[in-house]
Design a protein around this ligand. Structure first.
Ligand code: KG4
Ligand code: ZN
Length: 333
């Protein structure tokens, strides 16, 4: 089960790797009018649907709950009210059904989404984890043993996309909107800075550059809300911004891969749904094994939590004293 942000998800995963079912109830419509996720609304919405989502996930499993051997649930990082709904539901079910439970890091789930989607992929592999809250390069050295090799110093890549979308008047969620706007745009029209740090990322300078570039278009070119009027300008700005983000991600992934002499690369997390990024990584690492999960496994889902939970259970056993929610959990296990 997964409820860390604005998706309520449940999945049945057999032996860690075979996805029997994966149900995701998105709250996009609920939050779109507010331009971002409203934590309290998100928590209430999780509470309303989690029972149905779990039932739906169990429906294709012969025997239903009776066939469940263990429960895995996201315990962090995420919004505390949202995490609590998933963890309390999972904990209650585990006690009632007398099955072991294991709390899982949402980030470990993202790393395992690659393993789940590629049956030939085994550790060690390098994962670029790019989501709304994280931008890390992580090495899964062995199952249950992940180490972070690079990270962002400020914003996450997804967060940068979301903020760029706001500046461009493209709404929420920002990533897909910027990607759509960027299609056919001229990425060389508005030069954007690239922050080049070998083991770190930074997007704040890029965000500021976008803001000033828009301001410098002049009042006549802007709407009352301060966003560019001309769709062609929006498209060119989106393309320039997206190209800069992708180049920075490629840079840090390449330097880390060289340093670690990596043979297998994965790109995971919501931003991995970005087609331009997917293609750029495939091109850049043409000689290596590159895994980019299908879109349904890139954005938040519970199947990846099932996979990560399966390994955690094998490596560390169940959480016999109960699962503790940690909104700022900073681990990949
Ligand atoms: O992994 P995820 O679903 O949730 C978190 O764990 O944060 O990632 C959500 C993030 C959002 O910031 C969203 O704008 C971004 O992923 N995203 C994208 C695309 N689809 C989602 N960013 C760029 N291009 C996309 N196509
Ligand atoms: Zn996520």
């Amino acid at each position: 089960m997964e409820s860390s942000c604005d998706e309520t998800a449940a999945a049945v995963v057999r032996d860690g790797r075979e996805v029997v079912s994966s149900i995701v109830a998105s709250q996009i419509d609920l939050h779109a009018v507010h331009g971002g996720v409203v934590p309290e609304l998100a928590a209430r919405a999780h509470l309303e649907v989690i029972g149905t989502v779990v039932e739906e996930a169990l429906a294709p499993l012969p025997g239903g709950w009776d066939a469940v051997d263990a429960v895995a649930v996201t315990r962090g990082p995420g919004l505390v009210g949202c995490l609590l709904i998933g963890v309390l539901y999972a904990q209650t079910a585990a006690v009632a059904r007398r099955v072991p439970i294991v709390g899982v890091s949402h980030m470990a789930g993202h790393v395992y989404s690659a393993w789940l989607s590629d049956s030939a992929l085994e550790p060690p592999y390098l994962a670029l984890v790019v989501s709304g809250g994280h931008s890390d390069v992580v090495e899964l050295r062995a199952h249950g043993d992940a180490v972070r090799l690079a990270s962002t110093r400020d914003d996450a890549a997804g967060e940068a996309f979301d903020k760029a979308a706001r500046l461009l008047g493209l709404g929420y969620p920002g990533g897909p909107a910027v990607e759509r706007a960027a299609r056919g745009g001229d990425r060389d029209r508005f030069p954007m800075p690239r922050t080049r740090l070998d083991s770190a990322l930074s997007f704040s300078g890029l965000k500021t550059a976008l803001r000033y570039t828009i301001r410098d278009l002049g009042a006549d070119a802007l709407t009352a809300a301060g966003t560019p009027r001309d769709p062609a300008v929006v498209s060119d700005l989106a393309a320039s911004f997206q190209a800069a983000v992708i180049q920075q991600l490629l840079h840090v992934l390449t330097t880390t891969a060289d340093r670690r002499d990596a043979g297998r690369i994965a790109v995971v997390g919501g931003v991995a749904a970005n087609q331009a990024l997917r293609e750029a990584v495939q091109r850049q690492f043409a000689g290596l094994r590159v895994t980019v999960p299908p879109l349904s496994l890139c954005t938040d889902n519970a199947a990846m939590i099932g996979a990560a939970g399966w390994h955690r259970l094998r490596a560390h056993g169940p959480d016999v004293d109960g699962v503790v929610v940690d909104p700022v959990l900073d681990e990949y296990a």
